[in-house]
Design a protein around this ligand. Structure first.
Ligand code: SAH
Length: 228
């Protein structure tokens, strides 16, 4: 796993400003804030949007998808409490930026993306940064990744009409699952924790809007409202 500044320092000043914005939003865990200094977000987005790469905003990455807002990802990390021993499943690799943040925090990250081009691009940047504890797969993430289950942490970066049972089935004892659940237009970010036979549920963030999770156990298509 690569350590130390992962790129040239051209954007270092912008990164500092972004970290300040994340801090203002209430995340003050130093280990998390430092990740945003180490991982150069601009490399994960198309060059045309580099000037916006360090804004605290979602950014279009092509194919109708977006890289999530950094402060929201910082919130993910703070509620998930990822440890160096954890095995993580990420659904929706997208730009690969969160994949990198998770990889620098966990033991191993398994990440599934349905759009091949995005997965290929994410792989190239992760390789460039010498982040080598990540396995990527192209396919329908709503079925999870049974081969490497159970997972200590499951992060879903796309909105689902409900919590697919596959994720609960693949969640380890003490495992945490973060998933936006709701309608196409509006979701709540839910944290579910497995505690023996019980599942504890908590709403971490209300009123967010993610791109839809499309697959067997979520929405069937880009446009239909009905869950499958
Ligand atoms: N964390 C990513 C978020 C990308 S947006 C980032 O910050 O870049 C969510 C991603 O989920 C999109 O790339 C979309 O293609 C992907 N996605 C949607 N449904 C999926 C599914 N069933 N399996 C895998 N990926 C899916």
């Amino acid at each position: 796993m690569a350590v130390e500044p992962l790129d040239d320092r051209r954007f270092a000043g912008y990164r500092r400003k972004l970290i300040e914005q994340i801090r203002v939003r209430g995340i003050d865990d130093l280990a998390i804030l430092q990740l945003f200094d180490r991982v150069p977000r601009h490399l994960f987005v198309p060059e045309g949007v580099w000037p916006r790469a360090y804004e605290d905003a979602a950014i279009p990455i092509g194919y109708g998808q977006t890289a999530s807002q950094p402060s929201l990802q910082a919130l993910y990390l703070s509620v998930l409490q990822v440890t160096p021993d954890d095995t993580v499943l990420e659904i929706g690799t997208g730009s690969g930026f969160l994949t990198a943040l998770l990889a620098l925090t966990a033991d191993r990250v398994y990440s599934v993306e349905r759009i091949r081009e995005l997965s290929v691009r994410a792989r190239a940047v992760l390789d460039q940064l010498r982040i080598n504890n990540v396995a990527l797969m192209v396919g329908d993430g709503t079925i999870g990744w049974r081969k490497y289950a159970p997972f200590d942490v499951i992060v879903v970066s796309a909105a689902s009409p409900s919590v697919p049972h596959s994720f609960m089935d693949q969640l380890a004892e003490g495992g945490r699952l973060l998933i936006p659940v709701g309608t196409r237009k509006r979701q709540e970010l839910m944290l579910l924790r497995r505690d023996g036979s019980e599942i504890h549920e908590e709403i971490i963030h209300g009123a967010c809007t993610f791109v839809p999770l499309l697959g067997q156990f979520a929405w069937a298509s880009e446009t239909s409202e009905d869950a499958t």
